[in-house]
Design a protein around this ligand. Sequence first.
Ligand SMILES: [Zn+2]
Length: 468
Amino acid sequence: MAMVGIIFGKFKLKYTRLDIFSITLLICLWIYPFTLAEMGGQLSFLLSFAILYLYRGSKLLLTTLKMILVGLPVICFYTYQFNWLTLLINLIFVPIFTYLILPFTIISSLTVGWPLWKIPNNFFGWMYGLFDKIAHAKNLIFVTGQIPSFWVIILIIIVLLYVETKTLRNKYLWIYMLIFIGCVAMNKFPLFGSVNLVDVGQGDSLVITTPLNRKTFMIDVAGKLRFPMPSWAKHETSNQVDNSTIPFLKHQGISRIDKLFLTHKDVDHVGNLETMLSKFSVKEVNFGIGLENNPRIQAAMKHHPEVKFKNLQQDDVVDTGFIKWRVLWPKTKGIGENGDSLTLLARIKNKKWLFTGDLDSESEKEILKDHQFQADYLKVGHHGSKTATSDQLLSMLKPKVGFISAGVNNRYGHPNKETLKRLQKHQVQYFNTADYGMISWYYYFFNNEEKITTFLKGDLVENSRTKE
Ligand SMILES: [Zn+2]
């Protein structure tokens, strides 16, 4: 923008600062048409536009505050969070970049190979490293959840009016704060609770929440099997926790998992445990008795002394207010194989859910020997494999809907045709993440409504009335 200004000056053209802003924007759009479709471009131009209307007498501190408030709705819209320090650091970084890094880079590019450049180079490297560390520090991040685009626009209009005013405290600031805090509060204290099958491909990861003073539970963290590969073919495989689970949690405004249940030792259930624990705040990890001897769990215990680890066994009850978890399996100490899967019967408000991990029919039979129960909803065992979800289990449970978590065209052929036939025979309607993407079931604290939504096809089932 400064360059456009200088060129205008050279040709002695009459111009306003808005002219310079507009021409710079046009040039940027001409060079890169998606400038305004991305967060970086939106932020830069919004901040520059706000500076045009900034009350000239604003002191540095007030200017800083105003600019933070201008950028905040855009940052939260895209990242569902803000960092208490990066907001300030961005403001420090702009002058450092303009007066230090940019001139150094230009001069150094003209005198490549001059040994003295090592010193500023190392300094900049250190500075970038520091900024990066601060940007990703778990304790400095405040998760806001997504702010609806309508409110983002309203917030921007209000803050632009605020930028022009003389005083620190005035009606614009109060309206802005009210809307912003209101949006965050709606995310932090939702009127609904939910059970979500996160779309993790072949594997399991479920997020279960309660309404109002929300508690968040998770069953498994998914993971990918790594097959031996020649060294030239090795590359960082994508991780479902980074790509799906954490963005989903932040989108909802969730900043902590109260309890993470691990069903058993298979990679497609616990492979991402280390990523989850290091990148997200988890209060407690629960698993079936015996799994504490698994090397992956032992490593997690060693690396994360801040997390509480606890084993569970048949007939343990975990009462968490809105949700009462009853442990149906394992009965005795196991090594975390499919047949040892931690099996949970959850009473969520007035509905019952059964979560079985990868439990096989043998263990299902054992459970049925000791327990009589029904369930409204079934998380279909072992991704719909034919070795689980027996006729016997379905006859006793009488579930209305079954939920399957399986990958598109997975190598195991999950869900198996036989299982799907059994579900049909018992009149269980089913949803598979391979067909629908993420599947969510909602319930509300103020009435008995329920709703199932799916991500890919947008189908909606309300109070089990299906829309075909
Ligand atoms: Zn599995």
